[in-house]
Write a protein that binds this ligand. Structure first.
Ligand code: NI
Length: 230
């Protein structure tokens, strides 16, 4: 499931992050690519241990922790520390699948990448090209979102970034290990969660609706109990 999440960061947060990112020293993105993806990857990246990467990354993680849509859609167990990339002057990233397991630098901790996330820091009007194209079950989808918005997509999918032919594309990217490894099961839980919330919202004070809400909430938690891995 492709899952856009609007306004993960507000315009003030985006502006503060961009100011810090503009002053940082960027390196060749091949530094963190595996053997196969190094051949496809042509972009610039902020070193993972750069203080700006840590500072902006922590802002993103805090914002995600307060975002009910993200929590419901991703059911996160671990979130990889956000990384940052920039594409300009025709740079692109050819078709690839992200590595399944990533070690968090400086720790022995490994994250299984169930979901990939891209958070946009430049508005679509600021650059040409640079769409993130994801091979979905129903064909390729091109994604280019407003600054502060994020796309969540299954890390199992083939994807690429089209060449940026004008301006610069600035994004954060990272991965999520979900309590629910399977994309289909996660989608069922999300639908159930949203349905329960709609029932509670649209029929306030209705006794039958309240009883159904309690029952369906029980079903939600019992499915989560069956399926969750921690
Ligand atoms: Ni990728």
């Amino acid at each position: 499931m492709l899952f856009p999440i609007a306004d993960v960061l507000n315009p003030e947060q985006v502006a503060a992050a961009r100011e810090a990112l503009a002053k940082a020293e960027w390196i060749d993105g091949k530094a963190t690519a595996g053997y196969q993806s190094a051949k496809a990857k042509d972009n610039m990246q902020l070193p993972q241990d750069h203080p700006v990467a840590r500072q902006v990354g922590e802002m993103i993680l805090a914002a995600l922790g307060r975002n009910p849509l993200f929590m419901a859609a991703a059911l996160p167990l671990h979130v990889y520390p956000p990384m940052f990339n920039r594409y300009s002057g025709g740079q692109q990233f050819g078709t690839h699948v992200d590595n399944a397991i990533r070690q968090i630098p400086g720790t022995g901790h490994r994250v299984r990448t169930d979901l990939s996330a891209t958070l946009f820091f430049a508005g679509p009007e600021e650059y040409d090209g640079g769409e993130l194209v994801i091979e979905d079950t129903y064909g390729p989808k091109a994604v280019k979102l407003p600054a502060g918005h994020m796309i969540l997509y299954p890390a199992t999918s083939l994807h690429y970034v089209r060449p940026v032919t004008r301006g610069a594309r600035l994004c954060s990217f990272f991965w999520i290990q979900s309590m629910i490894r399977d994309d289909g099961k996660r989608a069922i839980l999300f639908d159930l969660d949203q349905g329960i919330q709609r029932l509670a919202r649209d029929l306030p004070g209705n006794e039958a609706a309240e009883a159904s809400t309690v029952q369906l909430t029980g079903v939600y938690h019992n499915l989560l109990r069956q399926w969750a891995e921690m």
